[in-house]
Each structure stands twice: as C-alpha cells, then as structure tokens.
Design a protein around this ligand. Structure first.
Ligand code: ARG
Length: 293
C-alpha cells in the first residue's frame, strides 16, 4: 500500500473523533446573516434567531434569503476519502475535482470556502438536512429520488458509472462471476445499493470509509469492490496495483451538491454559479486538469 491511503486512514481516524466540525467552536450556531448574493424579498421569517439549529423550527429556517452557518463563508461537509473528487493530500489539505469546483463556485458567489474536517459519507446527508453545521454536502453525491425527499440537489456537476475491482490473481473476470461472492462497498452509497440489488447471493459488506473498502479487498476479506468508477480507478492506479478494474457498470449516475430544503436561495445561487463556471470555461479547465482529454 502506498503512502496516501495510510495517511488518509490516519487522518480519518482523527476526524472520526471529531465529527461535525468540533475543531471550531464557531460553527455551532446558525446565523441569520445572509450573503450579499442572496435574493431578497419577504424575509420576515428569517429574523427569528435560534440558539440551536438542531431544534430550530423548520418553518423559521425556510426563507427566501440565503442562510449561511458562518456569514461570508460556504461551510462544506465532505467525506474526504474519494479521490480524485475530494481527498486529504499528504499535507493534510483537502484536494480534488470537486474541491476545485467548490473553490470556483465560492469565487463566483463572493464567499470564502470552508471545508469542515472529513465526515463519514452516510452522516453528511442527515447533517445537511438537520442544518446548522454545514451549508452544503459535496462528496460525489449521486442524485437519487430517495435523497431528494430529504435534501435539495443543485444542478449536475459530473456524470459517473459504477466500477468493479478485484485482486488480479483472484480469478474473477466478469460481473457475472460476482454471484455469491463477498463484496465491499461504502455504506450508504449507490454502489452498495447496486450490489445488494443486482448480485445474486452476494455477501455485501459495508464500510464507513473508501479506504476501508480497499483495505478489505487487499487483505482478502472480500473478493471484489463496487464503487464509483473514477474512484475505483484512482485507488487501483495509485495504491493497489495488485488489483484491477474488471468492469464498468453503466448506472448513469450524476453528481450534485446537496443543500438543505430550508435554504432554496442557496441552491439557486449555487446553480447560477455552476452555470457561470460552465459558461466561462472554468469548469472545462477543471475537468481537463483532473480527468485529462
Ligand atoms: N456516488 C455515490 C453515492 O452517491 C458514492 C459517493 C461516496 N462519496 C464519498 N465521498 N465517499 O452514493
């Protein structure tokens, strides 16, 4: 195993002790201050300040003005185990395609980008839906109807399919051969759902982190991994060269940013910023930077 996953795993253990941004006392209170980019109009409900967002009446939070956890900043929750989309580099900084996209969007919106410490993927959606700790979740979130009941999605920022990886000498060469096998997936992901629904008799094991998913394949605890293809390719190429990608599963997924349903003005502002960076060439440059061609 190469350096970065070890580092990422260690960083994630630290982060696990520090869920929900405990490194900063500043993020514990919601703010009624809205950004200058927000649309305005009937904002009567936004003046009722709450000491605790978790207990805030959802009605109070529903406003036509953009609400931010910290004024002037876009506070982002992410599971930073997902290269090339978001990953902790060896300097302990979050980097990746989606990080660069968020930086460009923040620039458009006149906000400072603020990533919270890494958060378990399946904790992000409840965190955003509850409000008060982070403004958006950005973690290769596939748009699904079930999730759309709980949170709002912005416009799409990436298309992906699922990918299957195995040990090179494991004897599995096609998706059909996964039947009845042990498969590792990240909990709460579309890859997990796909494996549960499409591989007959499989023992699908859920792991909190992508690093754990690949560690299980490497150690022989499972015989295959199912996850988003670009991520599977990245792990195989950069850390697990004794593994290989044997299949692309055409699930036709689309990534978007998740936002609280109480904050439609933020979703709108993000969509405008997404349109702007797609129109001005920034988005294409970032696709080129991270995915080539
Ligand atoms: N696209 C998949 C999903 O939405 C997997 C996302 C996992 N993201 C992460 N940062 N680990 O379920």
């Amino acid at each position: 195993m190469k350096k970065w996953p070890v580092f990422a795993a260690a960083a994630m253990m630290v982060a696990a002790l520090c869920l929900f941004g405990c490194s900063s006392g500043e993020t514990t209170q919601p703010s009624d201050s809205s950004s200058s980019t927000s649309s305005s109009s009937s904002s009567s409900s936004s003046s009722s300040s709450s000491d605790n967002a978790a207990t805030a009446d959802k009605q109070d939070a529903a406003t036509d003005e953009m609400v931010l956890v910290e004024p002037g900043k876009l506070t982002i929750a992410a599971s930073q185990d997902f290269p090339p989309f978001e990953n902790l580099n060896t300097n302990g900084e979050v980097e990746g395609f989606e990080v660069d996209v968020m930086e460009a969007l923040c620039k458009e919106m006149g906000l400072e980008m603020n990533y919270l410490p890494t958060i378990k993927f399946d904790s992000i959606l409840p965190l955003i839906s509850a409000g008060g700790k982070a403004d958006v979740g950005v973690s290769g979130f596939t748009v699904t109807p079930d999730r759309a009941k709980e949170i709002d999605f912005t416009d799409v920022i990436m298309d992906v399919n699922q990918g299957v990886a195995v040990k090179k000498d494991g004897g599995i060469t096609s998706v059909d051969q996964l039947e009845g096998k042990k498969i590792a997936c990240q909990s709460g992901t579309t890859g997990y759902e796909w494996a549960m629904e499409n591989v007959p008799g499989a023992d699908v094991q859920a792991f909190d982190e992508m690093t754990g998913v690949f560690a299980a394949l490497d150690s022989g605890q499972v015989e295959a991994v199912v996850a988003d293809l670009p991520v599977v390719q990245y792990y195989v190429l950069n850390a697990y060269q004794d593994c290989e990608v044997i299949a692309e599963v055409p699930t036709g997924e689309q990534y978007a940013i998740i936002v609280s349903q109480d904050n439609p003005a933020l979703t709108k502002a993000l969509n405008e910023a997404i349109a702007a960076i797609k129109a001005n060439g920034t988005y294409d440059q970032l696709v080129q930077k991270w995915f080539g061609a």
